[in-house]
Design a protein around this ligand. Sequence first.
Ligand code: AMP
Length: 116
Amino acid sequence: MSEKTIFKKIIDKEIPAKIVYEDDLCLAFQDVSPQAPTHVLVIPKTTSLKSLDDVDESNQALIGHIFLVIQRLARELGIAEEGYRVVSNCGKNACQTVPHLHFHLLGGRGFAWPPG
Ligand code: AMP
């Protein structure tokens, strides 16, 4: 069995995190190195998805659920009105560092486009 990722350890409550939302399917917590005044990570609880590239039709409901959670969190965290960004780094070129599917919810400041 492969070693647990840092995110799996957070799911299993083996290491602390500032959790802002949790249900049976997903978990949301503050990023430890925030890149914006609001920076939350939303992750599925399943360990079967290392990145967006692993997602297929069987995960459609899960991904839809996660995006509704993201929308709800953006509203609850007070960033929906001004606008926010959702990012999923996928693989080496996108600088993904944790091999567990995750979505960054960023807000509270303006963002440049194109991204770096
Ligand atoms: P990525 O580069 O897209 O793989 O993003 C991984 C994110 O996880 C980074 O923004 C890190 O700051 C964040 N991160 C790593 N370890 C932790 C942790 N223990 N608690 C919260 N966020 C973390």
